[in-house]
Design a protein around this ligand. Structure first.
Ligand code: PRX
Length: 659
């Protein structure tokens, strides 16, 4: 692993003073001390049966954990189940047909409720349509939809027929879509004409059309009409209208396919340490058990709650905690199409108020924005329905933590700061809100049944307060099973660094640095690899760099993150050109545009700094750590390993000229 960021940018800051969960919360909490007793913690891996017990199994499993081919672990082997059955049918059978499953809040203030019965009907009809289009068990179906109800409907329809879905975030580019479709050999695509972003209509279909040009297979495509007359579209060959299909298969039902616990439920592409995105494979039994258990234990979700995770289903947070976790528990999950400040900054609080949301889960980047906008927005809405708040995606420092606690949670609601990843599938580190004290700035201890160690480069645990690498020392049910692109990459990305296979010791490396305190509370500091976390989204520096060097006239580039208050991390690109002494704004614009079209607007560099050369070691490796120091206005560390130390001063001067 390239250790270019050293120990990560941050140093552990002392967490804020602890808060105990209020008594009223503990009294009603789903999980309290009595459930997490000694028997639970000592009884590993069988303690995870409590998670599996939250599901309905068609065929009971015979083994909780099969670790005979580590690090290719298998959970609940022999068991059979269907995820869509668990999220729909069984709630109907329990007499909850008219209970709201999804409350959808549209961009323009329109809203819709799908009861469990409505969702069941929609999923069945669409599943019948998919079968008719030729989708078979184990075919990967790519879904490229924004936050509209058809997105979870399509996911559950795939799950029902045993076709793994691969959801690509709607804001990603045509190029990103085609790479992911090709990598997954996916011949089915579900997309839409377009969607609204702030006030504007965006054309999604033209991106999908472009993507399909570079996919070899004939792709059967379903198009959802979101924009109607606002953006008329024409269906081409092998393209089908979603509503037309629903009509054609109206009233049809499809038997849920019995899936082996270890059969793939979905694929999710995420950024890795190389330019190629990684296809993370999640399976049916362990994943669903883990997301259901953490929805219940960490997010304290109850079937009669209205629960809102304000994330996008295009990323793992939305998969686990908008769709699968809450629906497996039979609760009401809110889905919001828009942005927090459109049409105004009251939007989220209006939604909490109107839906009487009980549990609200969002990201620190949003919380920092709320803090910047000011307390008047949450203050003028009735947020008294809220019982618990959650945070995910980035470290939350004590100040925004306290702001969230006071101005959204009325000084009353506990907060869970949940650390996890696309690869972990579900929450790994967090306080249990009915049991543990909260420490603002520290995520918490590993969940019961999970073992985390913060270690030095030799794998030895570091002392409390010292920074180290965040590793997970025992397998867990929601874990990644492999990478779609290959078992070797899976081993080398996650297991090689800290495992000792000869001693039978396997340790998962998260790519994060962290510190642990005397009480075992983990404070996560950031990534150690070539990944930048921008607004809780993982971007690969190499993917951005390759989009930059694609531009004519660019020789080389290096991308780093700059910690910015209050915006979180921003992307800085250092670029050397092919001989031009004064590249100018035209080239700068071309770079930004190319990154946007290659990856999407979220990856656009905040600043492009031209430099005659990049700082390199004698072996020719770019010293990104120095560039990061410069971007962060910090003293530049040791430059003695550089082949061209003089360049550091030039870059710094160049940056000052530019800003
Ligand atoms: O660096 C950690 C950060 O987000 C990374 C995982 O990103 P992704 O796979 O996109 O999943 C995001 C949603 C689970 C982690 O490696 N991260 C996530 N949650 C936290 C966090 N950093 C600090 N505190 C958190 N609570």
């Amino acid at each position: 692993m390239d250790d270019r960021n050293g120990w990560g940018r941050g140093r552990p800051v002392p967490a804020g003073s602890p808060h105990s969960p209020p008594e009223w919360f503990v009294e009603q909490a789903n999980v309290t001390d009595s459930e997490i007793d000694e028997e639970f913690t000592e009884n590993w891996p069988d303690c995870w049966e409590r998670a599996a017990d939250l599901l309905s199994w068609e065929e009971p499993y015979d083994t909780v954990l099969d670790d005979s081919s580590a690090p290719f672990y298998e959970w609940f082997t022999g068991g059979e189940l269907n995820a869509a059955y668990n999220c729909l049918d069984r709630h109907l059978e329990a007499g909850r047909k008219t209970h709201a499953a999804i409350r959808w809040e549209g961009k323009h203030g329109e809203y819709e409720t799908y009861t469990y019965r409505d969702l069941y009907v929609a999923v069945n009809e669409f599943a019948a349509a998919l079968c008719d289009l030729g989708v078979e068990e184990d075919d990967v179906v790519t879904i490229y939809l924004p936050m509209i109800p058809e997105l979870p409907i399509a996911m559950l329809a795939c799950a029902r027929i045993g076709a793994p879905h691969s959801v690509v975030f709607a804001g990603l580019s045509a190029n990103a879509l085609s790479t992911r479709m090709a990598a997954a050999d996916s011949e089915y695509l579900i997309t839409c004409d377009g969607y609204y972003r702030r006030g504007d209509a965006f054309n999604q279909k033209s991106k999908a059309d472009n993507a399909k040009l570079s996919v070899e297979a004939d792709v059967e495509t379903v198009v959802v009409d979101r924009l109607g007359d606002e953006l008329p579209h024409v269906l081409g060959e092998n393209e089908w209208d979603y509503d037309g299909l629903r009509e054609e298969f109206a009233g049809e039902t499809v038997e849920p396919v019995s899936r082996d616990a270890e059969d793939m439920l979905f694929l999710m592409y995420t950024s890795g340490t190389t330019g190629e995105p990684k296809g993370v494979v999640h399976t049916t039994g362990g994943y669903l058990a883990h997301v259901a258990w953490t929805s219940r234990a960490v997010l304290d979700v109850e079937p009669d709650d209205t629960y809102w995770c304000a994330a996008d289903i295009g990323w793992i947070t939305g998969h686990s905690y908008i769709v699968y976790g809450p629906l497996a528990l039979g609760t009401t999950t809110v889905m919001y199409e828009g942005t927090p400040d459109y049409p105004d900054r009251d939007r989220l609080w209006e939604i909490v108020d109107r839906n009487a949301v009980d549990v609200f889960y969002t990201a620190p980047t949003a919380i920092r924005a709320f803090m910047k906008w000011g307390e008047k927005y949450p203050a003028r809405h009735d947020l008294s329905s809220l019982r618990l708040l959650g945070s995910v995606g980035e470290p939350i420092s004590p100040r925004p933590w306290r702001w969230y606690h006071e101005h959204v949670g009325g000084g009353e609601c506990p907060i869970v700061d949940t650390w996890w990843q696309t690869e972990t599938g579900a929450v790994i580190v967090s306080t249990l809100p009915g049991i543990d004290e909260m420490k603002p700035g520290a995520a918490g201890p590993p969940l019961p049944g999970i073992d985390v160690a913060i270690v030095d480069e030799n794998g030895a645990p570091v002392d409390p307060g010292e920074t180290g690498y965040l590793t997970i020392t025992r397998p867990w049910p929601g874990m990644i099973r492999t990478l779609y692109d290959g078992d070797d990459r899976y081993r080398s990305e996650y297991w090689e660094r800290f495992s000792d296979p000869n001693a039978g010791e396997w340790r998962y490396f998260s790519g994060d640095t962290a510190a642990v305190d005397e009480d075992g509370y983990v404070t996560v500091l950031g990534r150690v690899d070539d990944v930048i976390n921008v607004s809780g989204r993982r971007l690969s520096t190499m993917e951005i760099e390759s989009a930059i060097t694609d531009v004519d006239g660019i020789a080389e580039s290096a991308v780093v993150g700059r910690a910015s208050k209050p915006n979180g991390t921003e992307i800085y690109a250092y670029v050397s050109t092919e001989g031009r002494s004064n590249p100018g704004d035209g080239l700068r614009r071309a770079i930004v545009e190319n990154v946007e079209s290659a990856i999407g607007p979220i990856a656009k560099p905040h600043e492009v700094v031209f430099t005659p050369e990049l700082p390199k070691t004698r072996s020719g490796k770019i010293m990104r750590r120095l560039l990061e120091d410069i971007a962060n206005d910090e003293a530049v560390g040791d430059t003695s390993a550089l082949r061209n130390p003089e360049i550091v001063g030039e870059i710094r001067a160049g940056r000052e000229d530019d800003t």
